[in-house]
Ligand binder design. Structure first.
Ligand code: Q46
Ligand code: ZN
Ligand code: ZN
Length: 307
């Protein structure tokens, strides 16, 4: 006998573990969107009049973020950063395009290889690929948002991402990272560091997958080739095992962290920010780490051309 939805006669589409309930597609969608709305309000992420740039990778989390923000009535545009990682990046871009077309939202595409001469993974450096990939993505979406007057950048980080990030940084006692993580990073430095928000902060990966399925959102399932063997995946597996035994573990872990975050803030070494000599963006040294890594002599041009 199939289980029925808690709120109607239809048969259940999903069994939620925390809080425990069975929901049909429609009521699950409603539940999910309400939860995103409450997350945005609880952490004071966005005001209704703000222009929001959603960074879409082609994957499920950012696609769902864009979808729900649009549905909640936010003024959004999307940015896809093509990392230049062969076939993987080409497919990712195709998905991002399809997702934004289906949503009827403008999409801007920045291609790392065209912009900087080399794709991610093609630079000869001792720095791990994911480390300079992260640096490059963060710099590009922040500068793109700043150059084009967006008030906030939204990313697709979900509860599982946050829990595994905190877990792995606790394992290594990276107190500097632990002091800075959270659902909202306020804007700084005269708006040159644009506010960052994570609307899916309280939704699990499983819920995000289910929302995409219920709402016909297509996304790139393949993992980046550089993600293979990443320890974050192991941390996620451990947390999932614990969640299975004790539903609510991830949520309690992340909420507990937010309550105790001030303990790590005491250790934060606040570097005095100044303008990078090359690009004028905030930097702790004379030249920012992005311009230094890519050996830039002129600022990156990211202004949207035809508007
Ligand atoms: S950081 Fe590393 Fe990701 Fe960049 S190189 Fe691929 S796995 S995409 S989230
Ligand atoms: Zn129902
Ligand atoms: Zn710079």
């Amino acid at each position: 006998m199939p289980m029925r939805c808690k709120f109607c006669e239809r048969s259940a589409f999903i069994k939620l573990h925390y809080p425990k309930m069975y929901l049909c597609e429609e009521h699950f969608t409603e539940y999910f969107e309400r939860k995103v709305k409450r997350t945005i309000e609880r952490y004071k992420m966005l005001r209704p009049d703000e222009r929001v740039l959603v960074v879409v990778s082609g994957g499920k989390d950012s696609a769902v973020t864009a979808h729900v923000l649009k549905k909640l009535g936010y003024d959004i545009e999307c940015l896809h950063i093509n990392l230049g990682i062969g076939e993987y990046s080409e497919k990712s871009e195709e998905y991002a395009k399809r997702q934004c077309e289906a949503l009827g939202v403008p999409l801007h595409v920045v291609r790392v290889k065209e912009l900087l001469g080399k794709g991610i993974g093609e630079v000869r450096t001792r720095r791990p690929t994911c480390s300079y990939c992260g640096l490059t993505k963060r710099y590009i979406f922040n500068k793109f948002a700043y150059d084009n007057g967006f008030d906030a950048v939204a990313t697709g980080h979900n509860l599982d991402d946050e829990a595994s990030f905190i877990f792995s940084n606790l394992m290594h006692w990276n107190t500097q990272y632990l002091a800075k993580q959270g659902p909202v990073t306020p804007g700084e430095f005269n708006g040159k560091l644009v506010k960052k928000v994570k609307p899916l902060y309280e939704l699990t990966e499983r819920e995000v997958v289910a929302y995409a399925l219920a709402n016909g959102i297509e996304y790139h399932i393949e993992e980046c080739p550089h993600a293979v063997g990443a320890t974050t995946i192991e941390y996620k597996e451990i947390l999932n095992e614990m969640e299975e035994k004790r539903p609510g573990t991830k949520m309690n872990f992340v909420k507990g962290y937010l309550r105790k975050k001030h303990l790590f803030e005491a250790e934060l070494e606040r570097a005095e920010l100044r303008e990078c000599r090359v690009c004028g963006m905030p930097s702790s040294g004379e030249v920012c780490s992005f311009c230094r890594f890519w050996r830039l002599e002129e600022p990156l041009e990211l202004m949207i051309k035809q508007r």
